[in-house]
Design a protein around this ligand. Structure first.
Ligand SMILES: [Ca+2]
Ligand SMILES: [Ca+2]
Ligand SMILES: [Ca+2]
Length: 325
């Protein structure tokens, strides 16, 4: 005979059905407007076979959280000279529902060495990360993005003009603020009925507002050319007479925090003299007279040396010799 006591077991199965309408894999969580339905089930054995019982179903609609982030996409300060410059930002709808954002720029930031003029805010319409005039859409006031889906990102360009009169290494920053069009406020601020599907919209941890700064640094680079000559006459002296060899030195001094591109030094062979073949040199190292094989070329008419890109603070010296006819 079985003497074991009757075992009554009760298993409560929690979290039954989770109905998700839409995409739940968002940074902010479940999509706004999603209905979350929950029914609890209990199973037990009352000694007369297994039984189960369901609870009533509780249905929750997920409200819309309003959140946004803005970051600068420039790696450090953008090198600038007087004239047009572009600052690049990324805006992300961090909320869990669709939302548009109004954009506000501020070029007069405390600590600026100079202030730029903000000309426009543009959207990277063709998505290549670069401002393309005539292609990328310029927003009209009030500058507002399209409605962005939850988690959608947008690359934005702030188009500015750097004023004349700025000096090398001066810096300026520009702020870009994005505010949810539905509203902003302290986290938890509720906009009744203004969320997805008539639910509430609620300011999230960002307060539905974000700000980022972009920086510009002036890089003005100048080139100074200095030419000198030394003379060796046929008699061991330094007189300029027919037959004297004149060695010219041309020094290019590049100054400033930036660099110059395509720096080419040229000089015509003076009338009354003839180029001495094989005397062209850069920083003391010989260059051939032929073209296309190194930085330099020379012929009866003149010399040319291509220094390429030269950073500020650098000096390069070109030398060559002529003989007085
Ligand atoms: Ca919305
Ligand atoms: Ca573009
Ligand atoms: Ca050459």
């Amino acid at each position: 005979m079985d003497t074991r006591p009757i075992t009554r077991s009760l298993y409560v199965a929690g979290l039954a059905a989770l109905f998700v309408h839409g995409n739940p894999a968002l940074a902010e969580g479940v999509s706004a407007g999603t209905l979350i339905e929950n029914t609890a089930t209990a199973t037990y054995d009352d000694g007369d076979g297994p039984k189960s019982v369901d609870s009533n179903t509780v249905t929750l609609r997920v409200d819309e959280l309003l959140d946004v982030t803005v970051t600068s996409l420039n790696s450090g300060a953008v090198a600038a000279v007087p004239g047009d410059a572009v600052l690049t930002f990324e805006l992300t709808n961090q909320g869990n529902g669709p939302e548009a954002f109004e954009l506000v720029t501020n070029p007069t930031v405390t600590g600026n060495d100079f202030d730029v003029t903000v000309d426009d805010v543009a959207v990277d319409t063709n998505g290549n990360g670069t401002y393309d005039p005539g292609v990328d859409e310029i927003l009209t006031a009030p500058q507002t993005t399209a409605v962005l889906a939850a988690d959608e990102r947008l690359t934005l360009f702030v188009l500015v003009t750097v004023p004349t009169g700025v000096t090398d290494t001066q810096q300026s920053t520009v702020e870009l603020t994005a505010n949810a069009v539905t509203g902003t406020g302290a986290p938890g601020t509720t906009f009744a009925g203004q969320g997805v599907g008539g639910g509430d919209a609620i300011a999230g941890t960002t307060g539905a507002s974000a700000i980022a700064t972009g920086a510009l640094q002036v890089g003005i680079t100048s080139v100074d050319l200095i030419k000198s000559a030394t003379i060796a006459d046929p008699f061991g002296g330094t007189s300029a007479v027919p037959g004297s060899v004149v060695t010219f030195t041309i020094t290019a001094n590049v100054a400033g925090s930036g660099s110059v591109d395509d720096l080419i030094v040229t000089d015509a062979i003076p009338t009354g003299t003839s180029y001495t073949a094989g005397t062209l040199a850069l920083d003391g190292a010989p260059l051939t007279d032929a073209s296309g094989d190194d930085a330099g070329e020379a012929d009866a008419a003149g010399i040319s040396v291509d220094l390429g890109t030269v950073a500020g603070g650098t000096s390069r010296s070109v030398t060559f010799a002529v003989t007085i006819d």
